[in-house]
Write a protein that binds this ligand. Structure first.
Ligand code: XUL
Ligand code: CO
Length: 437
């Protein structure tokens, strides 16, 4: 097959002084940061859906993307060709991982059996390409939101027949993920929520969602799939409200249903901001619960209120993200997955390279800056010092469970004067961060 990206060679690290737009200025895969290579820290993944299936169409206009290798049909032949193109791209970019939904990689058939056969046929080609290139599957997932059958949801559908179909589709996607050596599997509840409460039995729907996830955990064990399960929070879009609305809601749901030991979270920036949070907030909520698994790296636009899935280029964003990731011990099974799409106006194939190179460099800078802030130690020392009253005396007593309202009343009465506080020094700390950016 002839090259889909002729004239583009493997993207190399050329350092910050390079003016070559097809080179990394900061992502040097072999460079050691905090004892690990950048490649090991960042574990970059390319998404199949936006990058190889995105057409650039929007509610106001038709497709714009120039993808000369793609004949635009849903044939198996086209799907197979696309796999070769995808691996040429990922290999040239030098990303070690990729991610897919079952229906991005292979066409939906006339019935489930045919869809499954299509998926097997494509999995065979994916496996060949994985072996040829050494590129690995970070996670797989089932698309339980595009087909009209999922209009009322999948695991939370009012229709038990649809629930059964969703379970069957997920079973197959899990098997294929396992066969391809996937390091994880993601559950994003695109339509697991409601448009109106007038027609919704929320309690019942949430119980069905738990039953679905319980069966997935059971089946994972049965087939010996050791990959990590992730829930990806998102508050809305396409539905008005999705049950996995943010990290805290997901953790609460998982705890309530005894599922927490089996899941971690896959946190996406644009989903965090749609929920009214920062990415850092979502990472900290997940991290504090020991459930920070992976990230879908992208960004929204401050002036647009929807999931624009832009490539991340903001160094503050990547710095704060990597500060949290490093704080919680770095990625184990997860990675930095670019769930991001080029703009409709960036329609040439080469734009896919510019977009990913920019995202990878932004994360490499975020990693290096975060590591420098940690090495400097002033930020950590400030936070530690801010809580110093808990390390001894009355604070230590409370933390060790040796205090009661009564003993604290005695203590406060004896002290008499109002407690003395110290400045939070937000501006001082913001200036400190800027020393490193
Ligand atoms: C949608 C989204 C999904 C998930 C996988 O907003 O982020 O693509 O990442 O289903
Ligand atoms: Co995502």
């Amino acid at each position: 097959m002839k090259s889909a990206f002729p004239g583009i060679k493997r993207i190399a690290y050329e350092g910050p002084a390079s003016k070559n737009p097809l080179a990394f200025k900061h992502y040097n895969p072999e460079e050691i940061v905090e004892g690990r290579t950048m490649r090991e820290h960042l574990r970059f993944a390319v998404v199949y859906w936006h990058t190889f299936r995105g057409t650039g169409s929007d509610p106001f206009g038709a497709a714009t993307m120039q993808r000369p290798w793609d004949d635009g049909t849903e044939s198996l032949k086209n799907a197979k060709k696309r796999v070769r193109v995808a691996f040429e791209f990922i290999e040239k970019l030098g990303a070690p991982y990729y991610c897919w939904h079952d229906r991005d990689i292979s066409p939906e058939g006339r019935n489930l059996a045919e869809s499954n056969r299509n998926l097997d046929a494509i999995a065979k080609v994916l496996k060949e390409e994985q072996q040829r290139t050494g590129i690995k599957l970070l996670w797989g997932t089932a698309n339980l939101f595009s087909h009209p059958r999922y209009a009322h949801g999948a695991a939370t559908s009012c229709n038990a027949e649809v629930f059964a179909h969703a379970c069957a589709q997920t079973k197959k996607a899990l098997e294929v993920t396992h066969k391809l050596g996937g390091e994880g599997y993601t559950f994003w509840g695109g339509r697991e929520g409601y448009q109106t409460l007038l027609n919704t039995d929320m309690k019942r729907e949430q119980e069905h969602l738990a039953a679905f996830l319980r069966m997935a955990v059971e089946y994972k064990k049965k087939i010996g799939f050791r990959g990590q399960f992730y829930i990806e929070p998102k508050p809305k879009e396409p539905t008005k409200h999705q049950y996995d609305s943010d990290s805290a809601a997901c953790l609460n749901f998982l705890r309530e249903h005894g599922l927490l030991p089996h899941f971690k979270l896959n946190i996406e920036t644009n989903h965090a901001t749609l929920a009214g949070h920062t990415m850092q907030h979502e990472l900290e909520v997940a991290g504090a619960a020991g459930a920070l698994g992976s990230i879908d790296a992208n960004t929204g636009d401050e002036l647009l209120g929807w999931d624009t899935d832009q490539f991340p280029t903001n160094i503050y964003l990547t710095t704060y993200t990597m500060l949290s990731v490093l704080k919680y011990g770095g990625f184990k099974s997860g990675g930095v997955n670019f769930d991001a799409k080029v703009r409709r106006e960036s329609f040439e194939p080469i734009d896919l390279f510019y977009a990913h190179i920019g995202g990878m460099d932004a994360f490499a800078r975020g990693l290096k800056i975060a590591a420098a802030i940690r090495k400097d130690g002033r930020l950590d020392a400030f936070v530690k010092d801010r809580y110093a009253s808990w390390d001894k005396g009355i604070g230590a007593k409370v933390e060790s469970g040796k205090a009661s309202f009564k003993s604290l009343e005695e203590y406060a009465l004896k002290k008499g004067n109002p407690p003395k506080n110290h400045s939070g020094r937000q501006e001082f700390l913001e200036n400190l961060i800027n020393e490193f950016i």
